[in-house]
Design a protein around this ligand. Structure first.
Ligand code: BG6
Length: 472
């Protein structure tokens, strides 16, 4: 009994949400830089408001974020102190290729991540690298319209080749795209897509998704070729979809939503478009254009493992019901659950259900690469945050995860909570929505000393890791 001895405990972040320094080190502008906080954010990230440059009227939280770019040594030291075995992080594409299609990479950007990996090594922390976490060079968006254009595949593979080669001695766990299914819900943030008036959005999204799926398969091929030790995973926003009632129509609608969500992983893990997707996309007239060899490529290079984020389950009703928020998805309000301050359902058993469903479906090793509670933290006069609510959330989810492994036989590589340190929210761009074990003195208006302080959950998580999940 118990979790495997080599279980990978840690935390997860994304470059655009923690690094800042967007004009430093020769870095180019990316889609995530021009997503403002405030009322316009939703329209921008969903591709319905074109914002290709920063203006003076908006606040752009990624510009400084929490300054990991200058403070990574201090931050990684704190991760080491918590006993992390793994740190999930992402690469800012435009640090390596500022435009995205240069012949040669930017050495300064490569050196930055090398230093980050060196720092991880000091504390025996293994990096788990997301190649693209909501990250696309603005130059490629202006030139090609983002992932709608097939030429993006070559640009992405150029990045992959550089990363796999240069960091061969540092990294063996890779994720090709963060939450690949988010392309359907936040297409500008997920894939650099901005829609023109009258455009068939579904068609553009599925075409772009196809390009990402091919890119992901070819990246897997390349990763294995460059280093046979490399383990490549897909990553999707998970969360079981419950029918609102046992009414068959509710069950049916829930199944449709679940299939839409699993579509990407079905392709990445099994290597082919599932028949439900072929039929439905064809019927809607949005089946993507494929090139000769695409079907074979998808077949030949499935992922080695499946990773996902889990924040909540969803609930689907065939008739209108009260709605609940969620990770960029809305759903019917589940009357049996409580909710976070941002209205996200809290459902630890849902994590166990999700783990079982995903494992049953694919029979490949799983990795939980995001799970956490976004909350308003109120430091006391010494700056200490007693975040028992976060501990409660994580404790229950970790218990559910353990049960899935110990009692249900799910094969799980590791768990990285979102996020080990406070950072910018992807959905809202807010700073006040905090997830960390480490508090960062940065406020919603951008003020603050950026000083880091350990929260109560920091010491709690340290014990969890030390006991390999026995003392939660
Ligand atoms: C996932 C993303 O969608 O959820 C993260 O991969 C994100 O980038 C996390 O931060 C939590 O969502 P939010 O909107 O609270 O930041």
């Amino acid at each position: 009994m118990g979790l495997p001895e080599n279980f990978l405990w840690g935390g997860a972040s994304a470059a655009n949400q923690c690094e800042g320094g967007i004009f430093e080190g020769g870095r180019g502008l990316a889609n995530v830089d021009v997503c403002p906080s405030g009322a316009d954010r939703h329209a921008v990230i969903t591709g319905h408001k074109k914002m290709y440059q920063m203006d003076k009227e908006h606040h752009y939280p990624a510009a400084e974020a929490v300054d990991f770019y200058h403070r990574f040594q201090e931050d990684i030291k704190l991760f080491g102190e918590m006993g992390f075995k793994v740190y999930r992080m992402s690469i800012a594409w435009t640090r390596i290729f500022p435009h995205g299609d240069e012949e040669e990479p930017n050495e300064e950007g490569l050196l930055f991540y090398e230093k980050v990996f060196e720092e991880c090594r000091k504390y025996q922390i293994q990096p788990l690298v997301t190649i693209s976490h909501f990250d696309c060079p603005m130059y490629l968006i202006e030139k090609y319209g983002g992932w709608r254009d097939r030429r993006m595949i070559d640009c992405y593979l150029r990045l992959c080749k550089v990363l796999f080669t240069r960091y061969r001695d540092y990294v063996t766990y890779w994720l090709t795209f963060n939450e690949i299914n988010m392309i359907l819900h936040a297409p500008f943030m997920g894939a650099g897509l901005c829609f023109e008036e009258g455009e068939e959005e579904e068609q553009v999204k599925y075409q772009a998704a196809h390009h990402e799926l091919i890119a992901s398969a070819l990246a897997t091929k390349l990763a294995h070729k460059i280093n046979p030790e490399n383990q490549v995973g897909c990553m999707f926003a998970a969360g079981s979809v419950y029918p609102y009632s046992c009414k068959p129509q509710d069950v049916w609608e829930a199944m449709l939503v679940e299939q839409e969500n699993y579509f990407f992983v079905d392709v990445q893990a099994r290597g082919y478009y599932p028949s439900y997707a072929v039929k439905r996309l064809q019927k809607k007239g949005v089946y993507p254009k494929m090139q000769e060899g695409d079907i074979e490529t998808l077949r030949a290079y499935p992922v080695d493992f499946i990773s996902f984020s889990y924040y909540n389950s969803r609930c689907i009703a065939s008739e209108e019901q009260k709605t609940a928020e969620g990770n960029l998805f809305q759903s019917a309000k589940n009357p049996y659950l409580s909710f976070s301050e941002w209205g996200w359902p809290i459902d630890p058993l849902g994590l166990r259900i999700t783990l079982n469903q995903v494992y049953d479906r694919y029979q490949k090793p799983l990795f939980i690469v995001e799970n956490g509670l976004g909350a308003l933290d109120k430091p006391d006069s010494d700056g200490y945050v007693a975040d028992d609510y976060r501990i409660d959330y994580l404790r229950e989810h970790i218990r559910a995860m353990k049960a899935a492994v110990e009692e249900d036989g799910v094969e799980l590589i590791g768990y990285t909570s979102w996020a080990p340190i406070d950072l910018i929210s992807a959905g809202t761009g807010e700073m006040k929505k905090r997830y960390g074990f480490v508090y960062v003195d940065k406020q919603e208006d951008g003020s603050g000393s950026l000083v880091r302080k350990r929260k109560k959950s920091f010491y709690w998580y340290q014990k969890v890791i030390e006991s390999n999940g026995e003392r939660v």
